[in-house]
Design a protein around this ligand. Structure first.
Ligand code: ADP
Ligand code: MG
Length: 620
């Protein structure tokens, strides 16, 4: 005994007992809860079962040694304390990373157009405002596909809503005047007006927070690997521990119970795979945080499993391959119809409609017009009625030239020339004659060619499925080098085409931006949506691309591959230690205390491995 040693009490067995009791039970109680949950509620012994076994065994064995006065054997309290301490450190790191991720996601989501269409008490003067500036009593116009910004009441027209995010019911609900509607639910019918009666900020934030939490708590298939390994591990470890005990007792240290028990404890402690528990969450945290930087939001954890299997990708055209921000270059025909065209398109969410209204807004004094009937047909256009007049806005096709009865030859020739310079042509029908032709041009996204090339290199074949005409589709497919394209496709047929591609033994990702893409997104094996104000689409996708770029799709692929790489190398590190140390422990070469240190080291290595990956810049 060295009397002058100032920390002499540290070696006092009762002090050790007390201190470890505090660490294990006061700070570590939640791991015991996890163990009970795992064993008695989930009925699947996993990682926490091993942790529980190792911790309690080292603690119990420590007490046993005190009472049996095996002075020549070190007490084993520190093993249990180290296990709990390491777990706490791992949790703290995860918490810090998760906070960083949820901030990242919040920042990324704020890039999204969180806007509402505010109107005055006469339902006029539509203005786009930030949702956070909405006040109680405000009246907002909810267009097809839009999310209701906050809770309120319908005050004009009827609504067809998707409330599944609230009720879990897949069926759409019909609502009429004075019915309550809820923030976050989605308009799947035609436009209607809502008066807001709840504050917005809390609901919106909690929605985002819930999403982050949801992802954290979902166990992906790869995430479950850790538990599956632990489950297989348990009987194996117990057999090894018993074997170690027998080996020591009958062969190496004949009849020495204390040493044999020591070996048994050592093996169990060393097998405790808390590094396995760190391996998946750390890798996921890094993958998700990197992805958000590139404007990619993963809406569920299964993406990490699904994306790797993809070998075909089908793109929508307008708003996906093209920017969807179309330039109106000219409107042929009388400008007396401008007010009608404006008022019809202002209730539609389609990129073409948005571009036309934006263009016409430049004209002053457009009067609001009320329609007796209004019907938006996805992938085709809009039909509206006032009394006996029917107005239609739909694509203008080459053979529609015969119907231009109000146009003289000179104008028709001009139109033909102009059509060569543009690529989107829209007709405005009054009853059965075309009164106006609107010419717009839509541009291919700057990174589209690069994205498709890169995907090709990864052996992912590209397809294009569009509601637009054959001529346009052909032109764009040629520029992009896409061999397989489908034109004039109705929304329902889009999913049929996805099905046909799947039938060729392909695992298909579908990328779309419009309401006309929802069925196809649902049919696909991996649904990717390009950012759009329409929540109906975001809700039915696995990945949302928030940035205005196509290349994010390729980046998502790389981020997931990286995540898997981190995960697998983490598993290897976690196991490397276990396997080496297990055999040493079995032959009594390392005592429990060293087992605990080895275990701590494996945690640190897993952590370092993850951090190194995190620090590396991804090359695309
Ligand atoms: P894509 O599949 O390329 O995204 P859509 O299926 O959304 O195209 O639309 C197909 C065609 O229907 C458009 O090219 C356009 O001609 C017409 N269309 C659909 N909705 C509207 C609208 N609101 N206003 C004008 N044209 C529309
Ligand atoms: Mg589209």
């Amino acid at each position: 005994m060295i009397k002058s040693y100032p920390f002499n009490y540290l070696s006092n067995k009762y002090y050790q007992w007390a201190a470890s009791t505090i660490v294990i039970f006061l700070t570590g109680w939640k791991y015991f809860l996890s163990f009970f949950h795992e064993l008695f509620i989930m009925k699947e012994p996993g990682m926490y079962t091993l942790i529980f076994m190792a911790t309690l065994l080292s603690y119990g064995y420590g007490i046993f040694l005190i009472f049996r006065n095996f002075n020549n054997y070190e007490l084993t309290f520190e093993s249990g304390t180290i296990i709990i301490t390491v777990l706490l450190i791992g949790d703290t790191i995860s918490a810090v990373l998760n906070k960083k991720i949820s901030n990242n996601i919040k920042n990324t989501l704020s890039l999204e157009n969180k806007k509402a269409n505010l109107v005055n008490n006469n339902f006029e003067n539509e203005k786009l405002i930030e949702i956070i500036n909405l006040k109680i009593g405000d009246i907002v116009l909810i267009k097809k596909g839009e999310k209701i910004p906050s809770d309120g009441k319908i005050i004009k027209k009827n609504a067809l809503l998707d409330e599944s995010m609230l009720t879990g019911e897949a069926n759409y609900v019909q609502k009429t005047m004075n019915d309550n509607v809820y923030g976050g639910t989605v308009n799947v019918g035609d436009y209607f007006y809502v008066q807001i009666d709840k504050e917005i900020d809390k609901t919106l934030m909690s929605e985002i927070a819930n999403k982050v939490n949801e992802i954290k708590h979902q166990k992906s298939k790869i995430g479950k690997i850790a538990d599956r390994i632990a489950m297989l591990f348990i009987p194996f470890v117990i057999i090894l521990a018993v074997l170690g005990f027998l080996l020591q007792y009958y062969i190496f240290e004949k009849q020495n119970v204390a040493f044999a028990i020591n070996t048994f404890v050592s093996v169990i402690i060393i097998a405790c795979p808390c590094a396995l528990g760190l391996a998946t969450p750390l890798a996921l945290a890094i993958g998700i945080s990197k992805a958000t930087k590139y404007g990619i939001i993963f809406n569920n954890v299964d993406v990490f499993d699904k994306i790797n299997k993809i070998n075909a990708i089908a793109f929508d055209k307008t708003g996906t391959i093209t920017t969807g921000k179309l330039m109106v270059s000219k409107i042929y025909g009388t400008n007396q119809n401008n007010a009608l065209i404006y008022n019809i398109e202002k209730f539609s969410n389609h990129p073409i409609a948005k571009s036309i209204t934006k263009f016409l807004e430049l004209e002053k004094n457009i009067e609001p017009i009320n329609f007796d009937d209004y019907n938006e047909i996805l992938g085709e256009g809009v039909i509206a009625k006032i009394k006996n007049n029917t107005y239609r806005i739909i694509a203008f096709k080459d053979d529609d030239f015969d119907e231009l009865i109000n146009f003289n030859e000179k104008t028709k020739n001009e139109l033909t020339e102009d059509m060569k310079k543009n690529n989107v042509f829209i007709a405005f029908y009054v009853n059965n004659s075309i009164e106006n032709v609107i010419l717009l041009s839509d541009e291919i996204r700057l990174d589209a060619v690069k994205t498709i090339e890169k995907l090709n290199l990864k052996k992912i074949e590209s397809f294009m499925i569009t509601g637009d005409n054959d001529k346009n589709a052909k032109k764009i497919a040629a520029i992009l080098g896409i061999k397989n394209f489908y034109a004039n496709v109705l929304p329902i047929q889009k999913s049929e085409i996805v099905k046909t591609i799947q039938a060729q033994n392909k695992i298909v990702a579908y990328v779309g931006d419009g309401l006309n893409d929802i069925v196809a997104l649902q049919q696909s094996d991996l649904a990717i949506s390009m950012n759009n104000n329409s929540s109906a689409i975001t809700n039915s996708s696995d990945i949302t691309i928030v940035k205005e770029q196509l290349f994010s799709i390729y980046q998502a692929l790389i981020c997931v591959k990286l995540t898997r790489k981190i995960m697998i190398s983490n598993f290897l590190w976690a196991f490397g230690y276990n396997i080496v140390a297990l055999s040493l422990a079995m032959f009594g070469i390392i005592p429990p205390m060293f087992s605990a240190i080895a275990m701590g080291l494996s945690n640190i290595t897993v952590l370092l491995n993850s951090l190194i990956f995190n620090a590396l810049k991804i090359k695309f």
